[in-house]
Design a binder for this molecule. Structure first.
Ligand code: IFG
Length: 542
C-alpha cells in the first residue's frame, strides 16, 4: 500500500530473512539501507549489518543504485482478462498494463524502483536514493505484520517471492498538518513524517500561521512567535518552532524523502500576527488574542507599506530555512479584503516569494489573481466545477487536489466521530478513496495536476493519537490516489488490502479508526502489543 504499478508474484521465490542476513549497498544508498535496517532490527532482533560491497551475495538484501536503472520486465500486460481477484494476504494486485499503456516507458524515473525477491535474496534497484527508499518501504510491507513490533518477536520472517516494478502517478503526494490551531512539538511532527513516508507521500505542508497562533520564529520580527505563538484554540499555551526546531524537522523529513512546504497564510488568517504587531492591523490596534474557531475576520493591512516589509522579511527568513522549492502563501478566506485590494496584495506577495527563489503555492482563492511562473493552486472545493481555477490553469497554473469532501481529514468519519468537522460532509474510507485526481475538477486535465494532498486542520485535534485517528485509515487511501496507476483503482481490492494492513498499525502502536467499511481480520495479532500510548490506540473491531 499504495498499490504498486506492476506485481509479478513468484511462489517459488519466497525469501526468509535469517539472523546472518546483511544489507549490501552502493555507497550512495547507505542512508536508505541504514533506515531499512533500523526498521527491521527491533522486531527480528537480527544485527543486519550494512556493508558497502555491492556484489549480491546469497541470503542478502541488496540495494543497488543505478542511474540508468530500468524496469526490465516484459511489457505485455500481466493481468489476464477477468483474473480472479487476489487474496488480500498476498498484498499484490494483478495490476497489469504499463504506465503509459504501450510499455515503452521503462525508466524508473526519480522515485521508481524494482524489487526482486528470490529464495537467494532480495534486491532493490532504483535510479535515485528516493526510489530505493520507496522500494524499502515496499520491502517492509512484504514482511509479516509482526515486523512492526518494537521488541523482538519469534516469527518466520518470510517475504513472498516475485518482482515489483513501481513508479508514482503524480509527483506531489502530501499531507498537511495545521500546527497553528493547536501546536504540536517537534517529536509529534517527526512521527507524522514517518507516517507519510510509509505510504510514499513526499510532501509535508505545515500550516504555520493562523488567527490562533504563529508557530515559526522570525528573527527580524521576534514578537510573531514570542507573542503570536503563545496561544492556541481553547486557550492552551501554544508554542512555536525555533529556527533550529524547524531545521530539525526539515532535515528529518529530507532523509525520508519528504519535502517540507511551509505556509505563511496571508492576507487573511492573521490575528496572531496583529496581536504581536498592531501596525499591521487595518485599524492599527492590537486585537485580543483569539482562541476560538471562527475564520475570515482578520487580515493584514494591504494599504500599508509596512505590511510588505513584514511579508518580505518573513518569507525571506522562512525560505532561507526551507530547502524545498515551495512557499505556500495561503490566500484563503480573506473575506474582509475587497477583491481589488486582495488582487493587488497577492500580486506583490507572489513577487516577494519569487524573489526568494521559491515557487508559489496558494489555496485556490488565488486563482483570479495574476499568474506567476510555476504557480500551484491547492484546490479545496467540494464541487468539481470551478471556472476561476480552470481559467488559472489555462494561464499556466498547476493544481494540487485537496477536495474538502474527499481529502480533508479533519472531517468526521461518521456522526459519532468524537472530533473533527462536518462542513464538507462525512468522510469515511470509501469517500476518501473513490475519486480521481486526474479528472476531479472540470477544466483541470490530468497534465495540470501536480498531485494530491490530505489536509488535517486541528481546531479539534490536540494529540498525536488524535492525529493518527484522523489519518488512519484515510491517509493511505489518498496516498494510493497520488501514487498508484489509475488502472489499479478498485475499491473492493483496496478495502481487502487495507483490512490485511490494519494489524500492522495495531502492532506499531498507531491509533486508527476501525472503520465499519473495512473487513478487518477478526483474529487479534498473535504477538504481545507494546505498552499502549495514551490514549489507548483504537484497536480493530473484535
Ligand atoms: N477552511 C479553512 C481552514 C480550516 C478548515 C477546517 C481552508 C483552506 C476550513 N481554510 O481550508 O483554516 O478552518 O476544515
Amino acid at each position: 500500500m499504495p498499490a504498486p504499478e506492476r506485481v509479478l508474484p513468484d511462489p517459488d521465490g519466497d525469501f526468509t530473512l535469517t539472523p546472518d542476513a546483511a544489507l549490501r549497498i552502493d555507497p550512495a544508498g547507505r542512508d536508505v539501507a541504514d533506515q531499512l535496517a533500523g526498521w527491521l532490527r527491533p522486531a527480528t532482533g537480527f544485527p543486519l549489518p550494512v556493508t558497502d560491497t555491492a556484489d549480491p551475495v546469497e541470503g542478502r538484501l541488496t540495494l543497488t543504485l543505478s542511474p540508468t536503472a530500468a524496469a526490465d520486465i516484459p511489457t505485455q500486460d500481466t493481468r489476464s482478462a477477468g483474473a480472479a481477484p487476489r487474496d488480500a494476504r498476498d498484498g499484490g494486485t494483478p495490476t497489469g498494463g504499463t504506465r503509459d499503456g504501450d510499455g515503452d516507458d521503462d525508466a524508473l524515473g526519480d522515485e521508481g524502483y524494482r524489487l526482486d525477491v528470490t529464495a537467494a535474496g532480495v534486491r532493490i534497484v532504483a535510479a535515485t536514493p528516493a526510489g530505493l527508499f520507496h522500494g524499502a518501504q515496499t520491502l517492509r510491507q512484504l514482511l509479516p505484520a509482526a515486523v512492526e513490533s518494537t521488541t523482538p518477536v519469534a516469527e518466520r520472517w518470510v517475504m513472498p517471492g516475485g518482482t515489483v516494478v513501481d513508479r508514482p502517478r503524480f509527483p506531489y503526494r502530501g499531507a498537511m498538518l495545521d500546527v497553528a490551531r493547536h501546536f504540536f512539538g517537534v517529536r509529534d511532527v517527526l512521527r507524522v513524517v514517518d507516517h507519510l513516508a510509509r505510504y510514499k507521500l513526499n510532501h509535508l505542508h505545515l500550516h504555520l500561521t493562523d488567527d490562533q497562533g504563529w508557530r515559526i520564529a522570525v528573527d527580524s520580527w521576534p514578537r510573531l512567535a514570542e507573542v503570536g505563538g503563545a496561544t492556541e484554540v481553547g486557550g492552551g499555551p501554544g508554542g512555536w518552532y525555533t529556527r533550529d526546531d524547524y531545521r530539525r524537522i526539515v532535515a528529518y523529513a529530507a532523509r525520508r524523502h519528504v519535502t517540507v512546504v511551509p505556509e505563511i497564510d496571508l492576507p487573511g488568517h492573521t490575528n496572531a500576527a496583529l496581536v504581536a504587531y498592531p501596525e499591521l492591523a487595518p485599524d492599527k490596534t492590537a486585537p485580543p488574542p483569539y482562541t476560538g474557531t471562527e475564520v475570515g475576520f482578520s487580515y493584514v493591512d494591504p494599504a500599508d507599506e509596512r505590511t510588505y516589509a513584514f511579508v518580505a522579511d518573513v518569507l525571506g527568513e522562512v525560505a532561507a530555512l526551507t530547502p524545498g522549492p515551495w512557499l505556500h502563501l495561503g490566500g484563503d478566506e480573506a473575506f474582509k479584503v475587497p477583491a481589488e485590494s486582495y488582487r493587488a496584495f497577492v500580486a506583490r506577495a507572489q513577487a516577494l516569494v519569487a524573489a526568494t527563489g521559491k515557487t508559489v503555492v496558494g489555496w485556490h482563492q488565488l486563482a483570479p489573481t495574476e499568474h506567476v511562473d510555476g504557480r500551484v493552486l491547492q484546490w479545496w472545493g467540494t464541487n468539481g466545477d470551478d471556472p476561476d481555477t480552470a481559467e488559472a490553469v489555462r494561464r499556466g497554473a498547476r493544481v494540487i487536489l485537496s477536495p474538502g469532501n474527499h481529502a480533508y481529514l479533519d472531517m468526521k468519519y461518521a456522526p459519532d466521530t468524537p472530533i473533527g468537522h462536518d462542513w464538507a460532509g462525512l468522510i469515511d474510507v470509501r469517500r476518501a478513496y473513490e475519486w480521481d485526481p486526474g479528472s476531479h475538477v472540470q477544466g483541470v486535465p490530468a497534465e495540470a495536476v501536480l498531485g494530491v494532498e490530505a489536509p488535517l486542520w486541528t481546531e479539534s485535534v490536540t494529540t498525536l493519537a488524535e492525529i493518527e485517528y484522523m489519518f488512519f485509515p484515510r491517509l493511505p487511501a489518498v496516498a494510493e490516489l497520488g501514487w498508484s496507476p489509475r488502472e489499479t483503482h478498485d475499491w473492493s481490492r483496496f478495502r481487502s488490502r487495507l483490512a490485511a494492513h490494519g494489524p500492522r498499525w495495531t502492532t506499531a502502536g498507531i491509533t486508527f479508526h476501525p472503520s465499519p467499511e473495512i473487513p478487518w481480520p477478526s483474529t487479534p495479532p498473535q504477538i504481545p502489543t507494546q505498552p499502549t500510548p495514551h490514549p489507548a490506540p483504537i484497536t480493530t473491531t473484535p
